[in-house]
Each structure stands twice: as structure tokens, then as C-alpha cells.
Design a protein around this ligand. Structure first.
Ligand code: ME8
Length: 522
């Protein structure tokens, strides 16, 4: 922990029974880039991810696997830890909802909600009977009016998930009494839901009126027991959302982490789970008398080669396969650069290879390789001493020095694609500067000027590498090693310093190799 201003960021916790795929990797990579950016900017970051392990869906997968639910979860939760390692995710905690601390937190929030009255002076939680539709895949209740007709004519959830009719005793959360409270909260916090389009959807959904929400189930037992009535288990979304509190030490509201990090600065979620995070979650928190997170950002959805990703279509993309094929940083870069954060996009091999060979190999990789090789061969591997700067040098350095402020603005949204675009504009400026200054000629005509040009370029690359760290951490580290920058000099505060002439640089090795298609098998 550093002394900086706290920043608490979360991914959704992933359903433990799923095989990790491109979509999970995307959410994690986006959060990771933001978490790393904030750390480098001196913030005291708590970055949480983990697995969602209770509920009917997981219970069914465990049964299908012939295992007790916990044993099943113990085995498969590892798949998501492996995915986070593979994608170079720098999470501070990995939470599992089957952990004791989480069961305690979930029961505590239930009791806090039940112990308070709704804004209309009624019990927040009451016992009743649920009779309605439920989609196990979404772990969500749906009203008749929300259902759509599937291709087979059967009723479906709007997500396309199968629904089943459920009738069972259930506790209800008096969501209907929180309508005004929620609308007032959205009004007072215009940035709570991003992007704007999602905010509008949520506001009109809530304005349309809210039904009370079933928050316990009795037809299976794989969940957190309801305090005082263990025949019921808590609705998995109430338990799952509470993970964000558990990680801060809740229910111990005096815990240092709770006091430091709650309310969360940003929950990053896919657009599929906006209602849970922007309607149910703030209502639960207000009912429990707890603070509401500052922001929920809903990102878009990836299709693969133009189609919805699914195992049955055979276009399921596993992160492992991507990383083996393209390398982790290329995949991270592609995901964050290819589409505006918040919009949908398509994952195609052509687009990935285009970015690798264009932005990465041709632009950034080539810049670094050219400059570092020239310092090796023209300056004996030592950073040259700059002389008096000319306008062209000043301009390039000024654009490099202006990057941090611009990146901060983009990352506050967050608009990863624009932050990267901004950094790559300077990559382009630097490449043009090399071509204009022709250091290979200066070497013969003006060695003092050669030193200034190569120093200017090295210093620009230092800025670029420091700012690229959140997005392509492994490659940026390689590049910073090649500039002999000590580990303590790689944060954004270090941007205010400058390279020391005379520093010995190691022999350069390529960063961002070109992607060459393997020859087709005969
Ligand atoms: O919803 N494109 O977990 P989950 C982009 N357990 N992102 C995608 C995607 C795609 N095609 N597919 C999935 C749950 N995602 C709950 C969350 S939180 C308290 C509980 C991403 O395993 C996206 O972030 O279904 C989505 O929100 C998340 O994976 C859903 O993961």
C-alpha cells in the first residue's frame, strides 16, 4: 500500500463453472490497465477479481460432474486464477464466494437490510411466495412481459436463456419502495452509470416502476443460508454482489481496508449485468445503510469473426490459445485499442494480425529497435550527451511530455482506445523525426548533432515505455530494461526526470515481433 489517494476497482466475479473465454479476459484486462495506470500515478489501489460459486447453475454443473458443490468449485475456480496469471492481471485479491469471510459478509448485509425500514416505513425484507419465471443461466427472475419467443417458439429470457416456471416460498426485498431513492441517486450522481446510453436505459427502467425482488430460494441448498431461516438460501446475486464489500473487510466497518476503500471507485461490468449493478446493488446498499459505489462502467460485447461466441458454434476463444498464438501483450493491446470502451466489437484474426504488424511491430517496435541499435553502433552503447536543442527536438520532447496529462483525461473515462491512440501519435511523431533527422547521415557529418538527436529519441521512448506499462506491461518492462531505467524510476512521477547521458545500455533485443502466419500444413 502506498500513501496515495485510494482507488478501488473490481471485475465482476465470474461464474466458476464456466470455461474462461475472451469476454472474461477482456473485462479483466481492462480493469488491469486501469489499476496499473492508477498505481503508476501514485494511487493506493485495491483491485479485486474472483469467482461466483453459489446458486442453481453451479449446483447443476457440480451434479453433472458427479461432485459435491464445494469440491467442484475448489477444482474449477483455479481455471480463473490461471486466466488472470495468463493475462498478466495484477489483482490484489482473488475472492471466492464460498470463503467463510464472504458467507459472514453476505449474512451481515442481509441482517442490515432486514434490520432497517424502507423509505415508506415498511420492512425491507418480508416472507412471501415466488411464482414466476427464472433463467438459471442468467440466475435472474423475469416478468412475463420481459420474455421473448425463441426460434423454437418457447419463451426465453431477453438474453436468450431458457426460463423455467418457479413457485416456492421466498423472502422478498422491497425494491418497489426504493424507486424514488434510486432515481434521486442517479440524479445527484450523473456519472454513476457509464456510458450515457446505459444510464438512460437504467433510468427509464426504474421510472417504469419496480417490482419487489425475490431474494431467497428454497428448492435447492447451494448458497448462503438466510440468517434465522436456514431452509432458505440467499439469492445468488445478493450474495455475489456483496463480494465487493467482503474484500474490504465488511462487516467490520472499522477495518482499515473498509475505511480506505469503500465505496468502490469503479465496478467494471459487461453490459449484460447492468441491472444487477445499477439497480439492485445500490438499492441493497441504501437499504443496508451503506454507501453506494461511485461508478459502474458497462463495456460492450465481443463477437468472434462476426458471430456470437459459443461452444456449440465452435468459435469459442480461450485466452490460453490467444496468448500462445499472439503473445499476451499483443492480445491486451488489441482488446483495448480495437474498440471504444463501452461499444461492441468483433474479434477477428485479420484485425489482430493487422494491429500486431502495424501498430506494434512496424510503429513502436521498429522505433525502439532503430534508435537503440543506433545508440549501440554509433555511440558505443552509451547514451549520448545532448547539445543545444533545435525546434524539432523541443517539439518532439514537448509532445512526449504532454502525454501524461492527456492519458489521465482519457483514463478518467476510461477510454483506453483513445489513451493508446494518443501514445501512438507520439510513436508516429518520433518515427517521422528519425526520418527527418537522418541520424545515419549525421553520424558522418555532425556527431554532436547525432548525440542530440539520439538522446531526444531515447528520452521520448522512455516516456512512451513508461506510459505503455499499464497496457503492455511485459513489453514495456523489456524496453525500460533496455534503457537501463531502474525499477524505482518507472512510475509517472519519474516522467519529470530525464535520462542520464553516459548511461550504458545493454544490447537491444526486438520488442513486438511481426506475426508471421505459420505455413499451412501440407
Ligand atoms: O455474470 N464480450 O458472471 P459471468 C465481452 N457471476 N465481455 C464478456 C463476454 C463477451 N462476449 N462474455 C462475458 C456473471 N463477458 C456473474 C457476475 S458480479 C457480482 C457477478 C464478461 O461469468 C462481461 O464482463 O457470466 C460479463 O459481465 C462477465 O464476463 C460475465 O461473467
Amino acid at each position: 500500500m502506498t500513501g496515495g489517494k485510494p482507488f478501488y476497482i473490481t471485475t465482476p466475479i465470474y461464474y466458476v463453472n464456466d470455461s474462461p473465454h475472451l469476454g472474461h479476459a477482456y473485462t479483466s484486462v481492462a480493469c488491469d490497465a486501469l489499476a496499473r495506470f492508477m498505481r503508476l500515478d501514485g494511487r493506493n489501489v485495491l483491485f479485486l477479481t474472483g469467482t461466483d460459486e453459489h446458486g442453481q447453475k453451479v449446483a447443476k454443473s457440480a451434479r453433472d460432474a458427479g461432485l459435491a458443490p464445494l469440491e467442484f468449485c475448489d477444482r474449477v475456480s483455479q481455471n480463473f486464477r490461471t486466466m488472470t496469471k495468463l493475462m498478466d492481471i495484477s489483482n490484489d485479491q482473488f475472492i471466492r464466494t464460498t470463503e467463510e469471510r464472504h458467507v459472514k459478509a453476505s449474512q451481515a448485509i442481509w441482517q442490515a437490510i432486514a434490520g432497517n425500514k424502507s423509505p415508506k416505513g415498511r420492512d425491507n425484507i418480508y416472507l412471501g411466495k415466488y411464482a414466476g419465471w427464472y433463467a438459471v443461466r442468467d440466475e435472474a427472475f423475469y416478468g412475463e412481459d420481459e420474455l421473448v419467443k425463441g426460434a423454437d417458439g418457447a419463451k426465453r429470457a431477453p438474453s436468450g436463456a431458457e426460463v423455467e416456471w418457479v413457485e416456492e416460498p421466498s423472502y422478498f426485498f422491497r425494491l418497489s419502495d426504493w424507486q424514488d431513492g434510486l432515481l434521486a441517486y442517479y440524479d445527484a450522481h450523473p456519472d454513476f452509470i457509464a456510458p450515457k446510453s446505459r444510464r438512460n436505459e437504467v433510468v427509464s427502467f426504474v421510472k417504469g416502476g419496480l417490482n419487489d425482488l425475490s431474494v431467497s430460494r428454497t428448492s435447492f441448498d447451494w448458497g448462503v443460508p438466510v440468517p434465522g431461516n436456514p431452509k432458505h438460501v440467499m439469492y445468488v446475486w445478493l450474495d455475489a454482489l456483496t463480494n465487493y464489500l467482503t474484500a474490504t473487510g465488511y462487516p467490520d466497518t472499522q477495518a482499515a481496508a473498509y475505511k480506505t476503500f469503500w465505496p468502490a471507485d469503479i465496478h467494471v461490468v459487461g453490459k449484460d449485468i447492468v441491472r444487477f449493478h445499477c439497480v439492485y446493488w445500490p438499492a441493497f446498499l441504501m437499504a443496508a445503510g451503506l454507501e453506494v459505489p461511485r461508478r459502474v462502467f458497462a463495456h460492450g460485447w465481443w463477437t468472434v469473426e462476426g458471430h456470437k461466441m459459443s461452444k456449440s458454434l465452435g468459435n469459442f476463444v480461450a485466452p490460453q490459445q490467444l496468448v500462445e498464438q499472439y503473445g499476451v501483450d499483443a492480445v491486451r493491446y488489441f482488446m483495448l485499442r480495437e474498440l471504444p470502451f463501452g461499444s461492441d466489437g468483433d474479434f477477428s484474426r485479420r484485425a489482430v494480425v493487422g494491429r500486431i504488424n502495424g501498430d506494434l511491430a512496424n510503429d513502436f517496435g521498429n522505433l525502439a529497435q532503430r534508435v537503440l541499435s543506433m545508440i549501440q553502433s554509433y555511440c558505443g552503447g552509451k547514451l549520448p550527451e545532448p547539445g543545444a536543442l533545435k525546434a524539432a527536438d523541443e517539439n518532439l520532447l514537448a509532445s512526449a511530455r504532454a502525454l501524461l496529462a492527456k492519458a489521465r483525461t482519457e483514463m478518467a473515462e476510461p477510454a483506453f482506445h483513445r489513451a493508446l491512440e494518443t501514445i501512438w501519435q507520439v510513436v508516429g511523431d518520433a518515427n517521422r523525426y528519425v526520418d527527418e533527422q537522418t541520424p545515419w547521415t549525421l553520424r558522418k557529418t555532425d556527431t554532436a548533432r547525432l548525440g542530440t538527436v539520439l538522446y531526444t529519441l531515447a528520452e521520448t521512448i522512455r516516456h512512451l515505455a513508461i506510459l505503455a506499462q499499464p497496457f503492455v506491461p511485459e513489453t514495456a518492462a523489456k524496453l525500460l530494461n533496455q534503457l537501463s531505467i531502474p525499477p524505482g524510476q518507472r512510475d509517472f512521477a519519474a516522467l519529470a526526470t530525464a535520462l542520464i547521458p553516459g548511461t550504458v545500455l545493454p544490447k537491444p533485443v526486438g520488442i513486438f515481433p511481426r506475426y508471421v502466419e505459420a505455413a499451412a500444413a501440407p
